[in-house]
Design a protein. Structure first.
Length: 358
């Protein structure tokens, strides 16, 4: 019953690696120091003037490549009959490479290739751990799809508004990932991979970083803008997010993120028991911030935490409360190759506790 939320098929109501030799990447902004024009007899360190406005826009060229690290940590709390909450946790870390395939005035096409996958979960006392660089002889069913995605990928197209306009080759990618998963378990595994790494996973990367860039790119320090987003899986919900240009410095912009999740109800089916369920999202919120490279519009680091409160009602009338907390961290490393990232990048110090890889 603990996994009811993560394995729901919505049916109605409600809303590895790439070549080490990569093209030249953009030169990151740097300010040349200028000598003091005042007292030349006293050494002084010039201070660059504070920035109060910037153009927040995506600026990439075909052939650009950048390694990326994405970590999704989830904790699901569910009320139980004995009063002791049941808690399940999972952690998914993806090291991947993004290549810019095409840039046009009205769209940008990118390709994602998964370089390394690390996954763990702790559910009902069961601990599963997996690292694609040292996989076990017998791959657990829960990670078979992750095992199959290394070295594979698909493309996606961003529209003029920096939102996903289309996904190319994702279904074929998904089928390749699922080819070794037993047929009776493919539905559940497909939901997990779609929610964590596929179209929704790419949407998370976009929304938490590139997708927050405003339509009117010129912004003054303190400016705010809003965006609405519909999340389709695993549970439909509407998120209204406010972004604020919080800081500007030499080459970087810091944008704060604050979102509200509106109530909704959806019908679904448990992938574990095929039992009909009704999930009511009572509400929730998200908060975090994203540091952006001003010259490219790419995220240096984005961290967003989202909390959702829900009520789940089974077909027999049994009802229980759930709270799901998700922390998503996205980082890009424009000066590193995907190979060096696989071995050198360490978890950020702010990541939440949970199952870890040794």
């Amino acid at each position: 019953m603990v996994l009811c939320l993560c394995a729901v098929t919505v049916v109605g109501c409600g809303d590895a690696g790439v070549n080490d030799a990569s093209p030249d990447l953009p030169d990151w902004l740097s300010e040349d120091e200028t000598p003091s024009e005042f007292d030349t007899s006293v050494e002084s360190t010039p201070v660059a003037p504070a920035l109060d406005r910037a153009a927040l826009q995506l600026s990439l060229q075909p052939g650009d490549r950048f390694p990326m690290r994405k970590v999704v940590e989830q904790e699901l709390k569910q009320a139980s009959l004995n009063g002791v909450p049941q808690i399940s946790r999972s952690r998914l870390e993806l090291l991947l490479a993004i290549a810019v395939e095409d840039v046009q005035p009205d769209h940008t096409q990118m390709k994602v290739i998964y370089d390394r996958v690390r996954y763990s979960h702790e559910v009902a006392g069961e601990l599963v751990e997996y690292d694609s660089t040292s996989p076990p002889n017998n791959i657990p069913t829960a990670v078979m799809a992750y095992h199959g995605m290394v070295g594979d990928g698909f493309s996606f197209v961003l529209g003029r508004d920096n939102q996903i306009a289309s996904v190319i080759g994702f279904r074929e990618f998904l089928e390749r990932c699922l080819q070794h998963v037993p047929s009776e378990q493919r539905q559940r595994v497909m939901l997990d991979i779609e929610a964590g790494t596929g179209e929704k996973g790419i949407a998370d990367f976009v929304d938490n970083s590139i997708g927050l860039l405003p339509a009117d790119v010129d912004k003054v320090l303190g400016d705010t803008w809003k965006m609405d987003r519909h999340i389709g899986k695993p549970v439909p919900m509407q998120v209204q997010t406010t972004y604020t240009l919080k800081e500007l410095s030499d080459g970087f912009a810091v944008v704060s993120i604050a979102g509200e999740i509106t109530p909704s109800t959806s019908l679904g089916q448990s992938a574990n028991t095929s039992e009909n369920v009704r999930i009511t999202v009572k509400g929730g919120h998200s908060h975090g911030q994203c540091t952006i490279f001003l010259d490219s519009g790419l995220p240096k680091e984005s961290r967003v935490e989202r909390t959702v409160d829900m009520t789940v009602q089974m077909a027999g009338g049994l009802e229980f409360e759930q709270q799901k907390n998700t922390v998503t961290t996205v980082e890009t490393f424009p000066s590193q190759s995907s190979r060096s990232m696989s071995t050198a990048i360490q978890p950020a110090s702010h990541e939440t506790t949970g199952p870890r890889f040794q």
